[in-house]
Design a protein. Structure first.
Length: 309
């Protein structure tokens, strides 16, 4: 009884407040007269068998005690998570190796195209001088014909080189596109495994709108949301969870401080044998005057005392 309410500036941890609220909700839901010790000692409910078990195994499952069922179900869940984790790691490693191989192939095609381009620049055929053809000199005509044949041959080589360069660059671009498609598929698979509700037809749109709002609040450009990677989306989802938790914490703190402020407005209780404070004396006198005024509404002295005149 004599303790004063805590000061508003006293720090209260988030976990303590959230735990306190959970405890209050549990206390509200509890029925009077329930014995917590009996609940702790009670046998747990039966657990459904794993879906992957055969019919015969499920029949044997029913013969286990609920406690044994709970242990086996937990171990099965742990095994499934372990297998899924290793499958994801293996798929990630496989994709990384495939992407590295594609990058090597892309580099080979690009290097080949560059070498061909360098060689094509070295071949600069020049057409023969037509004056040789009309010089009336048989040797000049033969020279012209030989130069024309060499010119045409060099032109053919250059055209072939340009075709090979285009093919090499197209092959490099194709490998690069395949690598990007594989990365997008791997990224989508990662998001599907870690945030399946993102793809749910009912909850997905709401979650996407929520994360878009969080992204806008954090300065994430809206036009890039459609191209966001799984890393970006998962980061925004964690941020949304933090924001929701912070909002819940703020609400708890507001209720906590409201209780403190209300307690501060009450007159302090006097300890036995202690001299009452002025506030307590005034409250007692006001209560006495009110009691007298209720008994006799015409008591002017009581009315004056109650109104503080």
């Amino acid at each position: 009884m004599g303790e004063e309410p805590q000061d508003e500036q006293e720090l209260v941890s988030e976990d303590e407040l959230l735990g306190e609220e959970a405890g209050e909700e549990a206390a509200d839901d509890a029925e009077p007269g329930e014995d917590s010790e009996e609940e702790a000692a009670a046998e747990p409910d039966a657990v459904a068998p794993p879906h992957s078990w055969s019919k015969e195994d499920k029949e044997a499952w029913a013969e286990l005690t609920p406690k044994a069922q709970a242990i086996v179900a937990r171990r099965e869940a742990e095994r499934d998570r372990f297998v899924q984790q290793k499958s994801v790691e293996a798929a990630t490693t496989r994709n990384q190796v495939a992407n590295e191989a594609r990058e090597i192939i892309v580099k080979m095609h690009e290097d080949h195209a560059e070498k061909l381009a360098t060689y094509a620049r070295m071949i600069s055929p020049q057409a023969p001088d037509e004056k040789l053809l009309y010089s009336n000199d048989p040797d000049a005509v033969i020279t012209y014909q030989r130069q024309m044949a060499a010119y045409q041959r060099a032109q053919g080589q250059q055209q072939s080189l340009h075709q090979q360069i285009a093919q090499a660059r197209a092959a490099a671009e194709s490998e690069r596109e395949q690598s990007q498609q594989a990365e997008r598929a791997s990224d989508a698979q990662r998001l599907r495994e870690q945030l399946p509700e993102w793809f749910d037809p009912s909850s997905g749109p709401k979650l996407q709108q929520r994360l878009q709002a969080i992204g806008a609040e954090l300065g994430y450009p809206p036009e890039l949301m459609a191209e966001a990677s799984s890393t970006d989306i998962l980061a925004l989802h964690r941020a949304a969870e933090k924001f929701d938790k912070a909002a819940k914490y703020d609400a708890l703190m507001a209720r906590k401080m409201e209780t403190v402020r209300n307690a501060k407005g009450l007159p302090k209780m006097a300890r036995p044998g202690a001299q009452p404070s002025k506030q307590q004396s005034n409250a007692a006198k006001g209560q006495q005057a009110w009691d007298r005024l209720k008994a006799n509404p015409k008591d002017a002295e009581a009315a004056a005392a109650f109104l503080g005149i």
